[in-house]
Ligand binder design. Structure first.
Ligand SMILES: Nc1ncnc2c1ncn2[C@@H]1O[C@H](COP(=O)(O)OP(=O)(O)OP(=O)(O)O)[C@@H](O)[C@H]1O
Ligand SMILES: [Mg+2]
Length: 365
């Protein structure tokens, strides 16, 4: 069902995204990034892909990971669960895993429990999984959802994932890495793709940039979704919904789902969805504005139509009641781009815009 609010797992529930699935399935780049702001459908695309291919995968939801703790122990626990999931579908891997110094195997269950303080090296674990994969003529996928969060492991006694990725990239052809990121710039900075002294520098990395649905696609999405559940809303309300929610699929689903719940589709339902969506975004933004009020002012300027570097800066100076330096303004604007709140379009001039219509509404209020 298109309006199911959970991340999709089956192709029949995934609207469009055929091109992206095809890219994932046919690509053999050692590392693939799936990039898009929040609620554009990254996890759904990933789930459907993982469900369809026969290759085994290790899937780490980095949000779940850091909710617990950014410690080695927690990461190894997630990793062990995933390895045990693979063991359950192919016991042969045990013969290979046995080679890891510091692994314990009880029956069909592996653990690093006794070695919590100094567990086997991750590179060594990946090497063994690689050898098993190559021997079985398969590729194992190492998947991190919201991978920019892995940067919080990069401290003394933590885990350097960029080192791990570059080791895998260069040496382990039986493993493919897939990362998603809603903070696109933050993820790229973390990987250091463009930094000469980063271990990932100069590596070819395949990118899938998910975009919003166009207006027509969004209307089609809603029409199809309502058809599935036997509802026939008026074209006018669908137009209104798409105008308000734009092609952000997460919001469109929220609208459809609310209509299903209430068994009707009208202005009131749309308004209710808008209020709920605004609440969600407001909470996210409050966290951001704690770091600097300038984030608020830039988004506000954008929401009122300023869209060039100088017009946004001028508006921000007006809200702040004082001048800011070019460098400090650019830094804050770039952070917003990095985190996915602001998109840049390149034409004659660089044009900046808010990537989510609900964010624009919230900062306007
Ligand atoms: N192609 C699609 N067809 C139908 N529904 C979709 C599609 N993509 C996403 N959705 C729905 O939109 C919502 C957000 O999707 P999802 O969680 O996959 O996005 P995301 O980009 O991973 O978001 P986040 O950044 O919050 O993790 C969910 O309700 C999901 O079911
Ligand atoms: Mg997601």
């Amino acid at each position: 069902m298109l309006f199911d609010p959970r991340p999709k797992t089956k192709r029949e529930d995934l609207f469009d995204r055929e091109k992206e699935l095809e890219t994932l399935q046919s690509g053999d780049a050692p590392m693939i990034l799936i990039l898009a702001p929040r609620r554009y459908g990254k996890t759904s695309l990933l789930n459907v892909f993982l469900n369809e291919i026969p290759d085994p995968h290790i899937f780490i939801d980095c949000r779940a990971l850091i909710v617990e703790e950014t410690s080695k122990e927690v990461f190894y626990r997630f990793m062990t669960n995933e390895i045990n999931r693979i063991v359950r579908s192919d016991k042969n891997i045990l013969k290979w895993l046995e080679r890891i110094k510091g692994i314990k195997i009880f029956g069909f269950e592996v653990s690093f429990a006794e070695y919590e303080k100094s567990p086997p090296n991750l590179g060594e674990i990946m090497k063994v999984i690689n050898d098993w994969s190559v021997n079985s003529s398969i590729k194992t996928l190492l998947v991190f959802d919201e991978a920019q969060l892995l940067r919080f492991f990069r401290r003394r006694g933590g885990i350097d994932f960029v080192d791990l990725f570059s080791y895998i990239y260069d040496n382990l052809e039986g493993i493919r890495i897939i990362l998603t990121g809603s903070e696109v710039g933050v993820l790229k900075d973390f990987l250091g793709i463009n930094e000469v002294d980063s271990p990932m520098y100069g590596r070819y990395i395949s990118e899938i940039n998910l975009s919003k649905f166009s207006k027509d696609m969004s209307l089609e999405f809603l029409l199809e979704g309502f058809k599935q559940i036997g509802m026939e809303p008026t074209p006018l309300i669908l137009e209104k919904a798409v105008d308000a929610l734009d092609g952000v699929v997460g919001w469109l689903v929220m609208f459809g789902n609310k209509a299903v719940e209430r068994k009707r589709v009208d202005d009131e339902i749309l308004n209710e969805v808008l209020s709920e969506a605004k609440l969600v975004v407001k909470n996210e933004l409050e966290q951001l504005f704690k770091n600097s009020e300038k984030y608020r002012y830039i988004l506000k300027a954008l929401s009122y139509g300023a869209n060039t570097w100088s017009s946004i800066k001028e508006a921000v100076e007006f809200y702040e009641g004082r001048k800011i330096t070019d460098a400090s303004f650019t830094r804050i604007l770039n952070r917003l781009i990095s985190m996915g709140y602001v998109n840049v379009r390149y034409g004659e001039k660089k044009i900046y815009e808010i990537s989510d219509p609900i964010v624009a509404k919230v900062v306007k209020e």
